[in-house]
Design a binder for this molecule. Structure first.
Ligand code: GLN
Length: 456
């Protein structure tokens, strides 16, 4: 904990930690020491972690990287962070992210972006750590903490993990409680760990999972021992390669890495087969209808009364002026765009054409996966992202669709509610890390992590 706290002090330029909590960390670390001395040492005992700013942490600023939550200090602890602390984990502070987890580059944060510790060769240009869990990725990659929490609504654990050369898993929807995590798109949001390797991710995930009566979508299922599942033995497993993920214009290096991943799994004794997930091309448009629709509803609660920021009012302003001014000041551009798109697709005149259509497409995407699994496929191998980390400021705000295209390989997994993991899989010509994604059957995280372990 001491080593991490001093590393964090020297790493302000990375912008990874947005609220530091050294007093809490020291107190938790002492308590962990006492537990160890008493002969009681759960797996997470004394492990220094960073917590994404989307998680409500009791008495500690929890702002979802938004101005509208300025000054908000929750009275309660999210279930996931509470479980981690009960298991002995230490909180070093809160981590940067895109505002309300909307973004793929950490550039929509009210604190300014986090920075990727990696550089293109000798180039000085700063790169994005990815998003929305950009601070988590940057902090783990730069050794500021041993692991971090992330959340993944459309790739926000896996894409930043790929961009920074670390491991991240989004478990099956319902595996981790969403209670106390600021909601973005409730039918897609899942928490998960970001860590150095598969074993660390398995250990942290273990402490994050479990049934929680406070979240009606949390699954009442036993949590297997994820670490014990890491045997590296994948003999007889069938891995599918979906042909629809072979996109036009995909960089050769990504293709090569995908082929290399295929070979590694074959060498480990798996059978690799080509499969088809025919509705893949509709996933991105469906996601960018469903996620904003749910977000527009979830973000209605930020009204200047219940939480955080309230705009300065003029003489004669009524309650509607208060709402309008507060939301105009408190939300950044991307969040405003999502609220507008979301209310539009949910409006009476367009509901059937957009929202309902997107929900139907979502079902078709889910069925594609179900069919592949029914044919005996145990896991699906794809690249995590269509490129390596890009430069900060490189994707113009004027063209949000360009940014959305980053999520092309990750959003299908959220739409289908499946577990997905990104593992580091090599370095490109410019010296940047690339990631491979494995998608598993629902509730089979143990098996999925073991397959990922064989790729390490
Ligand atoms: N980049 C996607 C978005 O902006 C995913 C975000 C996420 O997973 N939280 O919606």
């Amino acid at each position: 904990t001491e080593a991490c706290l001093s590393a964090i002090e020297g790493a302000d330029a990375l912008g990874a930690f947005v609220h530091k909590t050294p007093e809490i960390a020291t107190e938790q670390a002492r308590a962990a020491d006492a537990r160890i001395k008493a002969g009681e040492a759960p797996a997470m005992c004394g492990i220094p972690m960073g917590i994404k700013d989307l998680f409500c942490t009791k008495g500690v600023a929890s702002q979802a990287a938004s101005r509208i939550l300025e000054g908000f200090r929750p009275e309660y602890e999210s279930t996931v962070t509470g479980q981690l602390f009960d298991a002995g984990a230490v909180m070093l502070g809160k981590l940067n992210m895109d505002e309300f987890a909307m973004g793929s580059s950490n550039e929509t944060s009210t604190y300014g972006n986090a920075v990727n510790p990696w550089r293109r060769g000798n180039d000085e240009a700063q790169l994005t750590p990815g998003g929305s869990s950009g601070g988590s990725a940057s902090a783990v990659a730069a050794d500021l903490c041993l692991a971090a929490t992330g959340t993944d609504t459309g790739g926000s654990i896996r894409q930043p993990a790929a961009f920074t050369g670390i491991t991240g898993i989004k478990p099956t929807y319902g595996r981790c409680s969403r209670w106390g995590i600021v909601a973005f798109a409730s039918s897609l949001d899942q928490a998960g760990p970001m860590a150095k390797d598969v074993r660390d991710a398995a250990i942290v995930l273990q402490a994050m999972c479990g049934h929680d009566p406070k979240d009606s979508t949390s699954a009442d299922l036993p949590v297997p021992d994820f670490e014990a599942a890491l045997t590296g033995d994948i003999k007889g497993k069938t891995i599918g390669i979906p042909r629809e993920y072979r996109m036009e214009g995909m960089p050769e290096e990504i293709e090569a890495l995908w082929t290399e991943g295929r070979r590694m799994l074959e060498d480990a004794g798996a059978k690799v087969v080509d499969i088809s997930l025919p509705h893949t091309k509709y996933a991105l448009p469906a996601y960018y209808v469903i996620a904003p629709a749910e977000a527009s509803s979830n973000l209605a609660r930020y009204d200047g009364v219940r939480y955080g920021h309230r705009a300065q009012l003029a003489q004669g302003d009524g309650i509607n002026d208060m709402y309008e001014k507060t939301r105009a000041e408190g939300f950044g551009h991307e969040v405003q765009r999502r609220v507008m798109v979301g209310t539009y697709v949910l409006s009476a005149g367009f509901y059937d054409a957009y929202y309902n259509k997107a929900r139907k497409v979502r079902t078709l995407i889910k069925r594609d996966f179900e069919e592949a699994f029914a044919q005996g496929v145990d896991a699906i191998l794809t690249p995590t992202t269509p490129s390596a980390a890009f430069g900060l400021g490189e994707m113009a705000e004027a063209d949000p669709v360009q940014m959305y295209l980053n999520d092309v390989f990750t959003v299908t997994v959220n739409l289908a509610g499946l577990p997905g993991v990104s593992v580091p899989a090599g370095i490109d010509k410019q010296g940047l890390p690339l990631g491979l994604q494995l998608i598993g059957r629902p509730w089979e995280e143990a098996d999925l992590l073991n397959t990922a372990y064989a790729l390490e």
